[in-house]
Design a binder for this molecule. Structure first.
Ligand code: COA
Ligand code: AMP
Length: 634
């Protein structure tokens, strides 16, 4: 199987145009492209330039035309509201074309941006598809972000319209979204004319006359609208992701390459074809939700489960298994952290008893490194292949994976397996030279990236080049470090920048530091990601107080935690913070975050020769030990 895999990969690299033209035959085009790959503006590459298509047509209309109208397109499963229902492709078409018709009627046109700030309800998928239908560019903002983060994204994307809901529902209770939306709009400098608000039965939101419109009423009265032919290179969406500064990066995805790559990945990686049932237990606010709750499964005519709940506590750690059995899920995708949560609450797998998982062929894990314990536990309990695969918001679909629908290879614990066709992955040293097998280095991908990957950062080509392309000319910098073994298997071990991964959610330590420094008592702050048994990593903050400030530790900590929650959102999971007298720095003033992280996680480290004051490391170690990190004896 490895050879078959190698041949396919070699074809994708040696004859990329032939490879992707063949893959593009899975998509319906209104008119064909002039060039499969246009490299005339390298390092900006364009796939399928000149081609015209519509992503919504490919995800919805064509399946109805082909006789799949009665098949369930989206299966909504909401243990937090106790509601479950299926939406057929025919109903999906009706909902999406009316919502698109409404958007068109209020003047939303091709190229306009639409921000979607919504929970995991079917209307969120309708909203994305409706934008795609008329060529509006959607930008979904995850519901766990606070008003301020939403405002930042509104200012950058400058939407004409915002779609939102009255509330989300978390195990802790009802989360009112509308006040967050109102606060974000107050804070944003960009002004938005209209907000379409979905009032959910659990909490009615007050609508402001003139600006806010009731979703149900508006859509009921709207005309249907047809799909607009779009250029393959027209943007489909912007998805903001954490960079190393507080300002998130707006990853731009096009229409043509995206549709082709996702359809290819559904079949070859996830082994999903028309009529199969696929479940990605993530959130539409993240890239996994964009690619594998909404677009991927629908592009190939599969049924996608849209789950509003958690792996545990809604109501118990058997919820995933029962849902898989009930809806006959063939491939299931979640994050390792979700499995760790289930394992913690049900270590012996008691909740699996009597659940018929014969439908389930493969379990896919991504979003963070999959530790071998989690992999083995899942394999042992489910008795199914468990497939770690690696990718990022920027790539939009897997970079390294096991091709379960084409030629599965041996599973090696701790590795997302081999480079996926289209991606030429290298592990390089600081000079850009490829390192030997089993030696660690920076993981880079040779340009051009395959279809479906980011085309640029929204309105910021310079930042795109600076962040990803300038360190190693001709290569895309993934920001991850790792190694390849002698068989070419990749191992992703850590980030090389200040991004941390909390329960599969990507967050910037720079943003945390900015927020901590807003507190009037704080002179300086450093935030690092420390190991966590459940969430993989959690943020830990150390602050230096301004001279003369006297606040007791508990009060300070409470205030800082609330500040982060208010400014970034609950998703930040910020619960570890302490004051220190001084932070360890180099003589040029650079905070030694890497060294502090190693101390916290009990890893070996060298004291940099350029350290300003070696005693600061002892101060930090003592503080970390008090906080339950950095064993005193190490
Ligand atoms: N809207 C509003 N609030 C949200 C939210 C949303 N969409 N998603 C999460 N939150 C809130 C939670 O309610 C929680 O708030 P709290 O501090 O008041 O309890 C906080 O954000 C942290 O949430 P979460 O990350 O879900 O942690 P948890 O401790 O509640 O649950 C897990 C732990 C492991 C069960 C959970 O993190 C999980 O399901 N992880 C799966 C990860 C995943 O799917 N990642 C996507 C990438 S593939
Ligand atoms: P995001 O952009 O939020 O999807 O986060 C992408 C980052 O998560 C990657 O750059 C990695 O650091 C990490 N990541 C995702 N999947 C994996 C995986 N399978 N193994 C190791 N790290 C992963």
């Amino acid at each position: 199987m490895k050879n078959k895999n190698k041949q396919l990969h070699a074809k994708s690299i040696n004859q990329p145009e032939a490879f992707w033209a063949e893959a593009a035959s899975q998509i319906d085009w209104f008119s064909p492209w002039n060039n499969v790959l246009d490299d005339s503006e390298a390092p900006f590459y364009h796939w399928f330039k000149g081609g015209k298509l519509n992503t919504c047509y490919n995800a919805v209309d064509r399946h109805v035309d082909a006789g799949r109208g009665d098949q369930i397109a989206l299966q909504y499963v909401s243990p937090v509201t106790d509601v479950e229902y299926g939406i057929s492709y025919r109903e999906l078409l009706a909902q999406v074309s009316r919502l698109a018709g409404y958007m068109d009627s209020i003047g939303v046109k091709k190229g306009d941006r639409v921000v979607i700030y919504m929970p995991m309800v079917p209307e969120t998928a309708f909203a994305m598809l409706a934008c795609a239908r008329i060529g509006a560019i959607h930008s979904v903002v995850f519901g766990g972000f606070a008003a301020n983060e939403l405002a930042t994204r509104i200012n950058d994307a400058k939407p004409k319209l915002i779609l939102s809901a009255s509330c989300g529902i978390e195990p802790s209770g009802i989360i009112p979204y509308k006040p967050l939306l109102d606060a974000a709009l107050d804070q944003a400098t960009h002004k938005v004319d209209h907000c379409l608000v979905l009032n959910r039965g659990q909490l009615e939101a007050e609508l402001f006359p003139g600006r806010d419109i009731d979703w149900q009423a508006a859509v009921a009265a709207a005309p249907n609208i047809d799909c607009q032919p779009l250029d393959a290179t027209d943007p489909l969406y912007i998805l903001y992701t954490s960079g190393t500064t507080g300002q998130p990066k707006g990853v731009v995805r096009d229409n043509g390459g995206h549709a082709v790559a996702l359809a290819w990945s559904m079949k070859h990686i996830y082994d999903i074809n028309a009529g199969d049932v696929f479940w990605a237990a993530s959130d539409v606010g993240w890239v996994v939700g964009h690619s594998y709750i909404v677009y991927g499964p629908l592009l190939v005519g599969a049924t996608s489960i849209l789950y509003e709940g958690k792996p545990i506590g809604t109501p118990d750690p058997g919820a995933f298994w029962r849902t898989i059995a009930k809806y006959r899920v063939k491939s299931f995708f979640t994050a390792p952290t979700a499995i760790r949560a289930i394992k913690r609450d049900d270590p012996h797998g008691d909740y699996l008893e009597g659940v018929d998982l014969s439908c389930l062929k493969n379990v896919f894990l991504a979003g963070e490194r999959c530790d071998p314990d989690t992999l083995h536990w899942t394999e042992g309990k489910l008795k199914k292949p468990v497939i770690d695969h690696w990718w990022q918001t920027e790539t939009g679909w897997p970079v390294a994976a096991n091709l379960m629908g084409y030629a599965p290879v041996e599973i090696k614990a701790g590795s997302p397996a081999l480079a996926v066709p289209g991606y030429q992955i290298e592990v390089v040293d600081v000079m850009g030279d490829e390192v030997e097998a089993n030696e660690s280095g920076n993981v880079v991908i040779k340009l051009p990236l395959p279809p479906g990957t980011l085309t640029t950062l929204w309105q910021n080509e310079q930042r795109y080049q600076d962040s990803y392309l300038s360190m190693y000319p001709g290569y895309y910098l993934t920001g991850d470090a790792g190694y390849k073994d002698e068989d070419g298997y990749l191992y992703i071990m850590s980030r090389i920048d200040d991004i941390i991964n909390v329960a599969g959610h990507r967050l910037s330590t720079g943003r945390f530091e900015e927020v901590l420094c807003q507190h009037e008592a704080v002179a300086e702050a450093a935030v690092i990601g420390v190991k966590d048994v459940l969430k993989g990593q959690v943020p830990l903050g150390l602050v230096v107080l301004k001279k003369g400030v006297s606040l007791n530790d508990d009060d300070l900590n409470q205030q800082l935690m609330s500040l982060v929650r208010q400014e970034i959102g609950p998703v930040a999971s910020f619960r570890l913070v302490s004051a220190v007298q001084k932070l360890p720095k180099t003589r040029s003033g650079k905070i030694l975050r890497g060294t502090m992280r190693n101390i916290a996680d009990n890893q070996s480290y060298n004291v940099p020769a350029t350290i300003e004051d070696p005693a600061t490391l002892d101060i930090v170690r003592n503080t970390l030990t008090r906080m339950g990190y950095a064993d005193a004896h190490v």
